[in-house]
Design a protein around this ligand. Sequence first.
Ligand code: PLP
Length: 425
Amino acid sequence: MSDYKQDTKCVQAGYTPGNGEPRQIPIIQSTTFKYNTSEDMGKLFDLEASGYFYTRLQNPTNDYVAAKIAALEGGTAAMLTSSGQAANFFALFNICECGSHIVASSSIYGGTFNLIAVTMAKMGIEVTFVSPDCSDEELEAAFKENTRAVFGESIANPALTVFDIERFAKAAHNHNVPLIVDNTFPTPVNCRPIEWGADIVTHSTTKYMDGHGAAVGGAIVDSGKFDWMAHADMFPGLTTPDESYHGIVYAEKFGKEGAFITKCTAQLMRDFGCIQSPQNAFILNLGLESLHVRMPKHVENGLAVAKFLEQHEKVVKVNYPGLESDPYYERAKKYMPNGGCGVVSFELKGGRKAAEEFMSKLKLAAIETHVADARTCCLNPATSTHRQMTDEQLAAAGIPAGLVRMSCGLEASEDLIADLAQALE
Ligand SMILES: *Cc1c(COP(=O)(O)O)cnc(C)c1O
């Protein structure tokens, strides 16, 4: 499949039925799998043979879909998780432990920020946040002796900043640690972080990959490029024996290409159990089959809406990396030449009250805490997700009270613009 274009991989990668087998990916709705001898099953528990024994760890349906996502990202191995939150937690916790340190972009999804800054801190894992636009000196100063990973979002939700993947990859590699990129917003149709040096790519498949607001899920993809053994003392979980699997050393047995995902499945999925249900994996795959057709339309609608808003007298400011006036325009052109995504944010004159009134007048765009599905939706953080904060606190957090985040769906852009125009009126 690796020679095919992204469009072909979206439709066909991951699952190739044999003669007389189902054309569509079968949903293996089974918690467990049958073996003829205890020895056969024992080999699975020793990681001596590959196969399935319990769906808390692995399921064939999930693996078909994960293989498609690996092909799309250009990785060597992948796994599905129950949510994007689980994907980011697993990707980090697979190489960090109590006493480790992470360098993370400060411009990331709120849920991931809480995960790293609050919950992982309770596990003894420290973080230093840096602006995605920090100076070289600031970036260099963020690293410590115990740094084990660098983390950022290719396009940040909801700030819509664009991450300089190549620059952060170089910095990470200079310090012998991998770069993890959450590529949820552009998806591999519009951006391929591994080609710019990212080592691990994560996704909230809940967003564009599913694309229909139907199934929560996540994914982790390994580039297979990071040489754990070359820095063996820094990543003992991958380079020293795992006593819970009879002393297997993941990086030796599964190599650069397979060690990360095998360990993540064998240890973290076994112990935390954040597996995606096979039913959701099937739904996700239906979304992936049209991802390459949908993403250009999301981008087209996002750009049309951003251009309309930019020239409207009631709008103070529009954030959309596809606009020439946007500070991230050049960087977006480099990393995602065909456009990024369909999410636009804009600040209305008149603050919180104006935003509330404007949103109540919208007819097509629904008010939702969601982004990246086929139906256009919008949110005013000041009156919803961030409503406990005062206008002053919001301003300090870089979220003006009049800010509206709009996720442009797959409707006709003329209808979306007409809806905005009448609501602004
Ligand atoms: C939504 C989102 C997440 C979290 O994903 P869930 O599937 O909601 O757990 C992580 N990263 C980004 C960029 C997101 O947009």
